[in-house]
Design a protein around this ligand. Structure first.
Ligand code: HPA
Length: 280
């Protein structure tokens, strides 16, 4: 994709003409869109109006950008309700276009959230997991092909893809709120079929705590662009073979809804503190 920069720059320019960029943005995963509804003095922009943003089709993903103040705070953030997934057939540049747009608009911190299956035997559905690192098993990479230096360098370092400073803030917020916060490595797979039990056993051996079908390409593009990244998974189910139930997307949305209040509390507190750090 030779014009990924131009496309993102056009989308960023379109946004800039309407709204100043907030310092932080959140990508909201399946069933986690409630944060956008909570934003105060909000402006809502359907993806279809923003250059090159597609309308996501998966249920649980709304397809709007909401900009507003975190509930009870002065901090403005942008919330992306709905993302595009590789399994929908989108090219990888399209999957990361929103992330690049956020960077060129002027956003500094990106909180990426998702629904994920729990692999770590200590995890139960409804747990929130701070992502400490990832395994990109999608078979794609958004930086494949020509590198546009205006987006970032050819070989970006991924040693600290998930910013240790932002992670420390999330841990601290969870403790203050009295919430249990899990931690682990997120395995990003292509999907859309759920994994087999044998695949889950393999992922456990290689150190994955949770598995999902998003996030990893977005994080690579975000680090390439120089965004500070934080990731939180909502464990919506035990991964294949670890529970007795068959896996179903309705369960994913249902459990994410049950974790809603804890998720909102943690994300609100953390993003408010990210913003304070960004301006310090
Ligand atoms: N596997 C992959 N993606 C998921 C899962 C899972 O078990 N749960 C939610 N997203």
């Amino acid at each position: 994709m030779h014009d990924a920069y131009e496309k993102a720059a056009e989308a960023a320019q379109w946004l800039r003409a309407r709204l100043p960029a907030p310092s932080g943005a959140a990508v909201l995963g399946s069933g986690l869109g409630a944060l956008a509804d909570q934003l105060e003095d909000a402006q809502v922009i359907p993806y279809g109006e923003i250059p090159y943003f597609p309308g996501p089709a998966v249920s649980g993903h709304a397809g709007v950008l909401t900009v507003g103040r975190l509930p009870g705070c002065d901090t403005r953030i942008a919330a992306l309700s709905g993302r595009v997934h590789l399994y929908e057939g989108h090219p990888v540049w399209q999957v990361v276009h929103a992330v690049r747009t956020l960077k060129l608009w002027g956003v500094r911190d990106l909180l990426i959230t998702n629904a994920a299956g729990g692999i770590d035997p200590a995890f139960v559905p409804g747990d929130l997991m701070l992502i400490t690192d990832h395994l990109n098993l999608t078979g794609k990479n958004p930086l494949w092909g020509h590198n546009d230096d205006r987006l970032g360098e050819r070989f970006p370092d991924m040693s600290h893809a998930y910013d240790p400073g932002l992670a420390a803030v999330v841990r601290d917020c969870a403790q203050t709120l009295g919430q249990t916060l899990r931690e682990g490595v997120y395995a990003g797979v292509l999907g859309p079929s759920y994994e087999t039990p044998a695949e889950i056993r393999m992922l456990r051996v290689v150190g994955a705590g949770a598995v999902g079908m998003s996030t990893v390409n977005e994080v690579i593009a975000a680090r390439h662009a120089g965004l500070r990244v934080c990731g939180i998974s909502c464990i919506t189910n035990l991964a294949a073979g670890l529970g007795t139930e068959a896996l179903h997307h309705d369960e994913v949305k249902e459990i994410a809804a049950l974790a809603r209040n804890r998720f909102l509390g943690l994300v609100t507190a953390a993003m408010d503190r990210f913003a304070a750090q960004a301006t310090a």
